[in-house]
Ligand binder design. Sequence first.
Ligand SMILES: [Zn+2]
Length: 529
Amino acid sequence: MGILAGCKQKAEQTTYGPVTADDIKSHIAVLANDSLMGRKPFTAGETKAISYISSEFKKLGVAPGNNGSYFQDVPMVQVTGTPSATMEISGKTHISLKKTEDFVVFSRHEDANIQLKDAPMVFAGYGIVAPEYHWNDYAGLDVKGKVVVVLVNDPGFKSGDKTLFKGDTMTYYGRWTYKFEEAARQGAAGLLIVHQTEPASYGWSVIKTSNTGPKLYLQAADKYKSRALVEGWITDSAAHQIFTAAGITGDIRAIARKRDFKAIPLGMNLTVGLSNSLKYSMSHNVIAMIKGTDKPDETIIYTAHWDHLGIGAPVKGDSIYNGAVDNASGVASLLAIAKAYTASADKPKRSIVFLAVTSEEQGLLGSEYYATHPVFPLAKTVANLNMDALGFYGPTKDLSITGKGQNDLDDYVAAEAAKFNLELKGDDRPGAGSYYRSDHFNFAKVGVPALDLNNGTNSIEHGEEWGKAKKKDYNDNNYHQPSDNYSADMDCTGMAEVANVMYNIGVKLADETTFPGWKAGSEFKALRK
Ligand SMILES: [Zn+2]
């Protein structure tokens, strides 16, 4: 980073607000350092990460947010599943699938030995029950004792029909988390999702890295006995073998998209097992707060997840998944925003809460725990402002709202965009279901209007094509890979742009007396009283 670049950063700072790129960058340098070992929950990396974050809040004079403590305990269970080497499928023909290469399986059941033996298989389309769309893939189907095979995403994706679900925009029904939840409600013994890169929006490598090794869950009273015994994914080519053997040919997504589609028994039985080793542990959310001067019981909650994937399979000789962008950038911005609040002469009328959550990468667990065990009453939580994996390619002429159109916070972003002459966009990949993929979603699930904001791709310096190429390169080569590293030439000015807009919105919300709401048609509107 040369002197000129430094000057340029200064110019950007004064443009958008008081949060500085230099502050963000200095925090990323610490959080994404190899000594934090990829910030995996329960490791020494967690201890280092949360003590750094809490000590930075303390240095700034931002008070502990949980009744005198900077920490909220998050009780979790770590399940390390070791699947059998193969998955055997018998029918008219025999198919043997190889672990990791063709399938991943896991089980939430808190049992040492998990075994599915000769379980009948059935193809249930997209695995969706959505009354508002008059859609039920499980209609007339008894899945007890059976393994259900379903497709990722929802029927709308690439259907060419904008009225089918939300067209190319993924609804929650398209998310894998939903599919496992629905299979549990139906009482299935197993659920396998067919991985296809385009509708999933990520490659098989992401499925592999996220599903091999220990998995974390919040501790549950029923020890997850209500979940399907075996959950997992199979590759597109493994699914192709199975469907072909069952006599199903042609475009499987088109077949399942038909209005008159009915679940198809595959005439095959599946055998797979795994051994689970269990470890009960406590992870931690970090909470800090600035007490409001007028209405301290009303809160605006900023969130960013501090965790990442830890140490894993080496890629090109690097085994530390540092997560510099995902999500040291968000936590760094959280700290830089906190500093801006403390430096301001105007104190917020409502309270400002900074919540760095654990275990986002393991299924949004820290934010789920907070949303179900809130420190501040949800009814008086004005808004959640979330930052995850902010733009690393400099300032952009556009801002991107994840899941644009959900709630009134969009209007606050629009006002900021107008002020700085920025273009306002929705997700650049609406099919990826990003609104359900970070911590704001757990606030949405309990009715709190939640905003997840990021840079667009129209680089001020290099234009739209360049920005798009940068983002694509990250998604293809660095997302959830050891190469998501900090480097001295990392450009944090785009992150500062977003952080400043989030700061400005928080300041505005803190001085108002009204509560933003959900837009008509949002699936979360009914949840807010
Ligand atoms: Zn991530």
